[in-house]
Design a binder for this molecule. Structure first.
Ligand SMILES: Cc1cc2nc3c(=O)[nH]c(=O)nc-3n(C[C@H](O)[C@H](O)[C@H](O)COP(=O)(O)OP(=O)(O)OC[C@H]3O[C@@H](n4cnc5c(N)ncnc54)[C@H](O)[C@@H]3O)c2cc1C
Length: 303
């Protein structure tokens, strides 16, 4: 297999496939390396993506991969990038099977890692009935017995939003609520209750949430729970290269998906807390265009 590419895309999910399609169609030698762990794997149906609303996310990604087969300039391999080194004008990319590849430019499309709590039953429900985003799953959860797992300002703001989808709403703060008396009064006027009890486990039937069980062994029935989880970069590759990372842990890019180092681009969840398939695809497309334009500029001397 070829070792030298103009662009290597690390991560071959929605952002990476979109960048790859753009680069393949623009005759730019490109390799996509993907470790096959997209963040939305636990969810049975992806929503709010035109032409694919309600499909299994893996099936959409599979179609995206198939699209690439038409284009000779782009290759896709299943592997994990474990190290990247800037060598003079090139990047050396090392995989966990010790293969070395070289590129003039790289695109990070590595997404984020959701930091799930260890509480029993949470993981099994994540992406199914424990959800993070009303635009992805709110329609399916509308008018059901719904909870919000958060505290303080975050809980207050999320409750005001989710109230639009369901009026049967409880905030679970899993400890002190950290809201002001004024906020509690506003919530109470809308019959949104706040429960500080510590959660022991999430009772479910194959990911279908049934109830929350608390440390005092009481239970409360529930159909859906919005959980505001922290996220992190999935690995230290971007951090080790010294590109700018925001306080929230995202790779900082400009509107052209370029990071603080011009030959390193980034797209998708790794760059923004506004996570969606459409957004990842759009950013991947921009990153692909920008990488291709750099390729053209360097290849043809029009000066
Ligand atoms: C549970 C859940 C449900 C969601 N539902 C929806 C929905 O219904 N609608 C919607 O619009 N959005 C939804 N989202 C958000 C959406 O899935 C993301 O915005 C989108 O997947 C981001 O695409 P991405 O390519 O940036 O990252 P990801 O899809 O997470 O892909 C990152 C890829 O990079 C690879 N990777 C990481 N590190 C390496 C490495 N070192 N080497 C090689 N490969 C690597 C991973 O294996 C993975 O394949 C959901 C998110 C979650 C968590």
């Amino acid at each position: 297999m070829k070792k030298q590419f103009e662009v290597i895309i690390i991560g071959g999910s929605f952002a990476g496939l979109s960048a790859g399609l753009t680069l393949g169609r623009s005759l730019t030698p490109t390799l996509i390396i993907d470790s096959g762990e997209p963040c939305n794997a636990p969810t049975p149906h992806a929503h709010n993506l035109i032409t694919h609303d309600g499909k299994v996310p893996g099936e959409i990604a599979h179609l995206g991969k198939k699209d690439l087969e038409k284009y000779d300039h782009v290759e896709f391999i299943n592997n994990r990038v474990v190290h990247i080194e800037q060598k003079e004008d090139q990047f050396l990319i090392l995989t966990d099977t010790d293969e070395e590849y070289f590129a003039e430019q790289i695109i990070f499309a590595t997404g984020v890692k959701d930091l799930l709590p260890e509480t029993k039953g949470f993981k099994e429900c994540w992406g199914k009935t424990i959800i993070h985003c009303p635009y992805c799953h709110g329609y399916e959860a509308k008018n059901t017995k719904t909870g919000i797992l958060a505290k303080g300002e975050q809980a207050f703001e999320k409750a005001k939003m989710i109230f639009h989808w369901t009026k049967d709403l409880t905030i679970f703060t899993n400890g002190p609520h950290e809201m002001t008396a004024e906020q509690l009064e506003i919530l109470s006027k809308k019959n949104i209750s706040v429960l500080e009890k510590e959660i022991k486990s999430y009772l479910h039937d194959e990911g279908k949430l049934e109830a929350l069980e608390f440390m005092d062994n009481t239970r409360m029935e529930l159909d859906h729970l919005y959980a505001l989880l922290p996220t992190a970069q999935p690995n230290s590759l971007a951090i080790d290269l010294g590109i700018e990372i925001s306080e929230s842990g995202h790779i900082v890019t400009n509107e052209f998906q370029t990071t603080s180092q011009p030959k390193i681009l980034a797209a998708g969840d790794g760059t923004t807390p506004m996570r969606s398939l459409s957004q990842a695809i759009a950013q991947g497309n921009i990153a692909g265009v920008v990488a291709n334009r750099t390729y053209i500029q360097n290849k043809y001397d029009f000066e």
